[in-house]
Design a protein around this ligand. Structure first.
Ligand code: CAO
Length: 543
């Protein structure tokens, strides 16, 4: 008898509402078969089974709540028992009559081998470069321990293990590519020795070599060697939470044909994305591409580079994935968004006094306030006041998507290039919490430890180059957002006030915006609102 429990659903998710139980007692269940349709506060998902067999009991009902780790159902492993017996019997044929008895009784000698596969890394990410292996065969690893350092086109990430045990096989090498779902390593998690037959020949459990690049295994594998049985358990349910409601099979189709599932309009019940929707969307993209004569979707043709070596020595180096993705992303944003940049200056003389005045409090809170800290807070208030700046343009549906949450990205300069971590729910946090979180994210980005979750879900971006220098610049809108605030270096300037020039600390601001949604007048109002908030920090802090 085997139990299926509700697997981990994501950080801080402990329960889910069961929308539908998709199986019943008596059903034959396969690995990967959908068992439940559940709803968390993030998404609606189908939960696939990790066990197979005949369902004996189902312990949950439609409409109930289920806890992570709760037993959902129990199956009788009919097939597996048969296979196991058969395999042992086959092996037994090759041994002498005396050993025959031993082979049969030794079925209870079981060692457990678990596999760790490269988990889902995000929509449309199918593979990653293996930068560094952090473990070796023979190491004993624990859950959550870093296994690999990988680079996707979005970020460099340390992949933590979801299993514990002693590594017996490792299937990836540094400098190679690894596919999502590929077996990365196998660990021995326990060895049970229950047989106690006199004259028994002990045979160490040994696992057959599998192909390094392995597609999804359908079932746990049982391999019989001598008198020992090794069970490979696939205890890594490939569940990820996605914003777009779609079944795993629909997501798989989208991934296989290169369609971004988040862009597909769902026409099923409650906006659910069906197979047909993915196919229709793919067809539409194909037709649109054909309209511009096969050129790229933004109609930009790559220019052939001249042969520079005619003019002197050159060296060619491969772009890092982050650089190449940044180039694609910014090129796309620049070519598709009609940009306008509005400049202004804010007098931060008083803000600077407040910043210094709060420095001891900030120190007690374990942080240090900068102008970026104040801007995070001020912009979240500005986004509330001007919702069109917290929006995205859906040209396909001719709709504007207004976001009710406030996540602000902060551009961070790292050795590996520009990374924009996102500080979430800014409006709910105080200035010290925001600063701490921003600095932690910036540090993670610099140490190449940033997770994909930290890079997603932004509504607006701040790019503060003032710590480095410069006057004004024209930042590029971080598509699909619609505006970005560029901050340059604050400096003392003579300001004409009450009939005389007085020295004031002035901060140059550059607001770039998407003119498809935002008009110039709105942009000035928005930027002026920010400037006034910055110039009246006491009033702002009281609010
Ligand atoms: N004007 C004057 N001084 C500024 C300033 C500004 N606009 N912004 C920051 N400073 C000062 C800070 O007050 C701090 O000074 P002190 O040490 O005397 O207090 C110093 O510069 C360093 O600040 P910081 O950069 O450590 O902190 P921050 O909160 O302002 O910025 C972060 C954090 C992550 C945005 C920053 O470290 C960073 O990476 N900036 C680069 C952003 C970037 O690359 N943008 C490019 C995008 S487009 O290619």
């Amino acid at each position: 008898m085997k139990e299926f429990i509700l697997p981990e659903l994501g950080e801080n998710i402990e329960t889910a509402s069961i929308l539908k139980v998709l199986v019943a007692p008596g059903d034959m269940l396969e690995v990967e078969q959908a068992v439940l349709e559940i709803e968390t506060d993030k998404a609606t998902i189908e939960v696939p089974s990790t066990v197979s067999g005949k369902i004996k009991d189902v312990f949950v009902k439609d409409g109930e709540k289920a806890k992570v780790g709760q037993v959902i159902l129990r199956v009788e492993e009919i097939e597996k028992q048969e296979q196991s017996t058969k395999a042992v019997q086959t092996e037994a044929k090759t041994v002498s009559a005396k050993d025959d008895k031993v082979a049969t009784e030794n079925q209870s000698h079981t060692s457990t081998i678990a596999e760790f596969k490269l988990p889902e890394l995000g929509e449309n990410i199918e593979s990653a470069n293996v930068l560094k292996l952090l473990v070796a065969v023979g190491d004993v690893i624990q859950k959550e321990q870093g296994i690999l350092e990988i680079e996707t086109d979005k970020a460099t990430i340390e992949v933590p293990s979801t299993i514990s045990g002693k590594i017996v096989e490792l299937f990836v090498k540094e400098g190679t590519k690894a596919k999502v779902g590929q077996v990365v390593l196998r660990v021995e998690t326990s060895v049970q020795q229950t047989a106690s037959i006199k004259g028994e020949k002990k045979v160490e459990p040994k696992i057959e070599q599998t192909e390094p690049v392995q597609e999804k295994k359908e079932e746990p594998i049982e391999i019989v060697r001598g008198s020992a049985t090794a069970v490979i358990i696939d205890n890594q349910p490939s569940i990820t939470l996605h914003a777009a409601p779609a079944a795993p099979s629909v997501r798989r189709l989208a991934r296989e044909i290169g369609v971004d599932i988040n862009q597909v309009p769902g026409k099923g019940p409650g906006g659910r994305i069906r197979m047909a929707d993915v196919k229709d969307y793919s067809k539409m993209l194909h037709e649109n591409r054909n309209l511009d004569g096969g050129a790229s979707s933004i109609g930009v043709r790559q220019q052939q580079l001249p042969d520079f070596s005619k003019f002197g020595e050159v060296e060619r180096k491969a772009m890092s994935m982050i650089r190449s993705k940044t180039a694609d992303h910014l090129g796309y944003a620049w070519a598709t968004i009609p940009h306008v940049t509005q400049f202004d200056k804010a007098d931060i003389t008083d803000l600077e006094k407040v910043r210094k005045g709060l420095s001891s409090v900030a120190e007690k809170e374990g942080t240090k306030l900068t102008v970026t800290s104040f801007l995070l807070k001020i912009i979240s208030a500005a986004l509330k006041e001007f919702p069109q700046f917290n929006a995205s343009v859906d040209m396909e549906k001719k709709e504007i998507v207004y976001k009710k949450f406030m996540n602000i990205g902060v551009a961070v300069d790292t050795e590996n290039g520009l990374i924009v971590p996102v500080v979430k729910n800014v409006e709910q946090k105080n200035i010290f919490q925001l600063t701490k979180e921003m600095n932690e994210l910036a540090e993670k980005a610099r140490k190449r430890k940033i997770g994909l979750d930290d890079l997603q879900g932004g509504c607006f971006t701040i790019s503060n180059l003032g710590g480095i220098g410069g006057t004004y610049f024209t930042p590029i809108v971080n598509s699909p957002e619609v505006a970005i605030l560029g901050v340059s270096r604050g400096a003392f300037e003579p300001v004409y006030k009450d009939g005389q020039f007085i020295p004031r600390l002035m901060l140059p601001l550059s607001l770039s915006y998407d003119h498809r949604l935002i008009d110039g007048a709105d942009a000035i109002r928005f930027l002026r609102w920010i400037v006034e908030a910055v110039e009246n920090p006491y009033q702002f802090l009281i609010q």
